[in-house]
Design a protein around this ligand. Structure first.
Ligand code: SF4
Ligand code: SF4
Length: 291
């Protein structure tokens, strides 16, 4: 079973469009949406949710006023100034260290896990999907990403799937690290702009140099700036990155999204043809038919 993660240097490069296209193109797969901060793969895949679970992460102190003797010990030991002089915990400032709980002589402090979001297992027209929703302003998306990937792997084993297609988190922070660690290969989706070039180099360096993952580059809307596309290809050449291909600007891509379809279901045009070739390139390389 191979896990292919589609990532980008920043949001809005067409990563999810390409993931949705691959999800329909690659047969015998399980799909995972690890872009939990801005999950939108479900808008195209229209999942039928079969299982829903709460996601808990971290703990927050809560003082039961009826049991508190107002000794002041908790205020004294809290390094985060999270407890007010009248012994109320500010949940935003509380870092969940548990020190106040350990020192409270009256055992008056509850220390419960935080409900941070939900994760789901769904059926879609392209296969099983594991996805999640992080609560508003919640952190710990890295943990939720790891959970989604773990569930997707279990599902893939159960279904004897050949591939897991993962919509990874964008950027170079904790969520993307959780998205790619231990993956079989990474496809970086970028657009041919100067900032795209800069972001692409950072994320390629993270995936290829730091994590030593087989890394492919795909330039979306490549024909809008052939010069920068050329620079990106040169960068791949000199840095041992597989150049997977160019996807041309194709207005049917946007129209397909508006209708909740992927580009193969809409009116397959030049972008669909290019993505088909990109997948052939990735699959050939992963099977060892190409260097
Ligand atoms: S340490 Fe316990 S008893 Fe003392 S003020 Fe804090 S919550 Fe109240
Ligand atoms: S758990 Fe830690 S951070 Fe939160 S109120 Fe208690 S001592 Fe402060």
């Amino acid at each position: 079973m191979k896990e292919i993660v589609i990532i980008s240097g920043k949001g809005g490069t067409g990563k999810t469009t390409i993931t949705a296209a691959l999800a329909s193109l690659v047969k015998n797969n399980v799909i995972a949406d690890c872009d939990v901060d801005a999950a939108d793969l479900h808008l195209i895949l229209n999942p039928d949710i079969r299982q829903q679970e709460d996601f808990f992460s971290g703990k927050t102190a809560f003082i039961r006023q009826g049991d508190c003797t107002q000794c002041g010990k908790c205020v004294e030991v809290c390094h985060f100034d999270a407890i007010s002089p009248d012994f109320v915990v500010d949940p935003v400032s509380c870092e969940g260290c548990g020190v106040c709980v350990a020192f409270c002589p009256a055992y008056a402090i509850d220390f419960n896990q935080n409900l941070c979001g939900q994760w789901f297992i769904s059926k879609t027209r392209f296969g099983s999907l594991v996805h999640a929703k992080l609560g508003i302003a919640e952190e710990n998306s890295g943990k939720l990403v790891s959970l989604v990937r773990k569930q997707a792997k279990q599902m893939a084993k159960k279904e004897n799937a050949e591939y897991i297609i993962v919509d990874g988190a964008p950027g170079v922070g904790c969520p993307v690290i959780s998205s790619i660690t231990g993956a079989s290969a990474v496809i970086v989706v970028t657009e041919p702009t100067l900032s795209g070039l800069h972001d692409m180099k950072r994320v390629v360096s993270l995936a290829g140099d730091f994590f030593q993952l087989s890394t492919f580059l795909c330039v979306n809307k490549a024909d809008l700036n052939p010069d920068i596309t050329e620079k990106m290809m040169e960068f791949c050449d000199t840095n041992g990155v597989h150049f997977a291909g160019r996807v041309p600007y194709d207005e049917s891509t946007t129209r397909a999204m508006v209708e909740g379809k992927n580009i193969f279901e809409f009116k397959p045009g030049p972008a669909a043809a290019a993505i088909r070739e990109i997948w052939a390139e990735v699959e050939d390389t992963l099977r060892g038919n190409k260097n």
